[in-house]
Write a protein that binds this ligand. Sequence first.
Ligand code: SF4
Ligand code: SF4
Length: 239
Amino acid sequence: MSYWVKKGLKTGVVSTRYPKQEETASGITPGLPQITDNINSDDLISVCPTRAIHKTDEKLLLESSLCIHCYRCSRDTKEPLSWSEGFEWASFEKNSTPFSSTFGHSLHICVVDSGDCGACLNETKLLNSPLYNMHRLGFFITPSPRKADVLLVVGAVTQQMKGALLKAYEAMPTPKKVMAVGTCALSGGVFEGGFIAENGVSSILPVDITVPGCPPPPLAILHGLLSLAGRKNIKRGTK
Ligand code: SF4
Ligand code: SF4
């Protein structure tokens, strides 16, 4: 018996049991900052570089689609924010729905890097690693938009990538869904309002589901895919 077969038998299954079981291993998520009821500090608003922390009707709010995980609200302020531990962050945009059960058993995903820094793409790539092993759930990456059910977009959509992204979307057969992954794809992130990129994917395409994070960990992306396939009940956005 070869070395690798022996090693495989000895190691056993290393893939996460999520979504059948909750995944609690340390280091699988960087978490997200959380506003708690008793916090009311202008200091927090001033340290946040992307306006993720803001006030509406005198209430302090946190918009995760703008958060770039800079940790300033936890390290550089008198009243630090606490961090949530989870990763089930995906949410449907208003009026968007999951695939029907006929199409939800298996999804083919076309990934488009519309100008990311490399981190969101890398986290997406990890879904194919033994630890996350998304094939076990019926999710497959395809390079061709003509064979894709889901257009997974990372990056803020640079002017150079805009045309290619639109072409990829038009080439997809229906029913098709668009998934925006990472703060840049959700809002433009640090490029928001700049001349080099759009303010996220929704500036040019109808987005169905969003996954915040900078970058979101692989399990957060997996949660988004499971939600699109109709295998997870998730919250709905207001946009
Ligand atoms: S981590 Fe940074 S971007 Fe996110 S809410 Fe805190 S200060 Fe704002
Ligand atoms: S969201 Fe953050 S990690 Fe993802 S591409 Fe933008 S800057 Fe990079």
